[in-house]
Design a protein. Sequence first.
Length: 200
Amino acid sequence: MVPLIGQLAPDFIATAVMPDNTMNENFELHEYLSGSTGILFFWPLDFTFVCPTEIIAFDHRLKTFEEKNVKVVGVSVDSAYTHLAWKKTPVSEGGIGPVKFPVVSDLSKSISRSYGILLNESVALRGTFLIDRKGVVRHMVVNDLPLGRNIDEAIRMVDALHFNEEHGEVCPAGWHQGESAIQASEDGIKSFLREHSKNL
């Protein structure tokens, strides 16, 4: 895996099942993000076990993402028709229900490959990519197949990115919105550590 941090997020055109269940055969990532911050996340396969919990968790927090001007896009190597069938399957029956973000089909596996997370030329690992308003990857985390990700951590990283973009200060370990940040200087880190090191 080659880290994509600081690079333009690989663009793609693929078929996506949209929030209203229509199929957009020419869904283009950069065009869709269009100046918004983006969360692009991958899961291994539809109709599996950990995957629906993550997708539903993203959907439950979608309003929070939207309030922060963040667009969420999900991807797996399944067909768009499988995605649609999964959306139409009730949550109580193992489905994901009517999630309100685009669900992209990576049937050729080219998208997963371009993001460096294709496992054994088979399925995508649980990759999450935070893309800034210029289309550049600023954060990525990749989980192995059995390990579900923390969607609240994705929100925290969005807040950290936006804070840095707005204020220029850098965010310490475990930083949350409203907490003290650091002036990126020798004096700045000394001052921060004097006040906050015991709470790290």
